[in-house]
Design a protein around this ligand. Structure first.
Ligand code: NAD
Length: 248
């Protein structure tokens, strides 16, 4: 672990008042949920059809049985618990240092750790509803259903409130995320390859004081950051002391 990097991150956090964390699948790998493009990511597994195709809206419409088979096997982790990164970010929010989290994740782990202001760009596996009548269902309903989950009221397909390939992101979520990033004085980007849009362009609209990148692999934004740590997010953030400056 690069101790100078940790010390510099601590200094940046101590000096900041409106920290925003922008993260992706790498924020949850230490909770046992695989990412997409990391070393053990889903994209490196030998599937006959690429995950982008399996998680496409057209697959849900045309081949719902196969869609839900893939979705259940790869996207739902009911036993996953928040890790050190989720917990430290929640602590920073409670201390009034962090104004919000923008996540591409769909696992709900930031909220489970206690974070309140979380923008879920890609939705959540925890919310599900009937595409016909809108009746809402918990995640357990999808997990326990045989084959295609059907609404108990009208028989419509019950789908996750997750943005699939071929679907647009919520413009309200995007606006909130953009506002948060614009108002931030320190943006910490972590656990995201920054290859999926709008992740890359959101990170690019940060004009505040300091940009920090914590990601195992290089990202296209590395050259613009004040600090780049190619380390595990949870291992890095667990070394940060909240309120350290106030104690000195
Ligand atoms: P990605 O798979 O493209 O990139 C993840 C990045 O995180 C990689 O560059 C990897 O090197 C890095 N990484 C992995 N573990 C890390 C760790 N412990 N510390 C620091 N870095 C680590 O993921 P993405 O950029 O979020 O984009 C892919 C899409 O995958 C997103 O849209 C997201 O919705 C979806 N996804 C979500 C989950 C989840 O909710 N947990 C899981 C898999 C995929």
């Amino acid at each position: 672990m690069e101790q100078n990097g940790i010390a510099m991150l601590q200094e940046l956090i101590d000096g900041a008042q409106r920290i925003v964390f922008f993260g992706g699948a790498g924020a949850s790998t230490e909770s046992g949920i695989p990412d997409f493009r990391g070393e053990d990511g889903i994209y490196r597994q030998p599937y006959p059809v690429p995950p982008e195709t399996m998680l496409h809206i057209r697959t849900l419409k045309r081949h719902p049985k196969q869609f839900f088979e893939f979705y259940r096997q790869n996207m739902i982790y009911p036993d996953a618990k928040p890790n050190a990164a989720h917990r430290k970010l929640a602590e920073l929010e409670r201390a009034g240092k962090l104004s919000g989290i923008i996540t591409q994740n769909i696992d709900g782990l930031h909220q489970l750790a206690g974070s309140r202001n979380v923008v879920e760009l890609h939705g959540s596996v925890l919310r599900n509803s009937c595409i016909k009548c809108g009746k809402e269902y918990p995640m357990e309903f999808l997990m326990e259903a045989e084959g295609v989950p059907r609404c108990t009221e009208c028989g419509g397909i019950v789908r996750p409130d997750v943005v699939l390939y071929g679907e647009a992101l919520s413009s309200a979520a995007l606006d909130t995320a953009t506002d948060l990033i614009r108002e931030a004085d320190l943006l910490i980007v972590g656990g995201t390859s920054l290859t999926v849009q709008p992740a890359a362009s959101l990170a690019a609209c940060f004009g505040g004081e300091h940009l920090v990148l914590i990601n195992l692999q290089e990202t296209p934004a590395d050259p613009y950051a004040d600090l780049v740590l190619h380390e595990k997010l949870g291992e890095v953030l667990s070394q940060i002391t909240v309120g350290a400056a106030a104690e000195v």
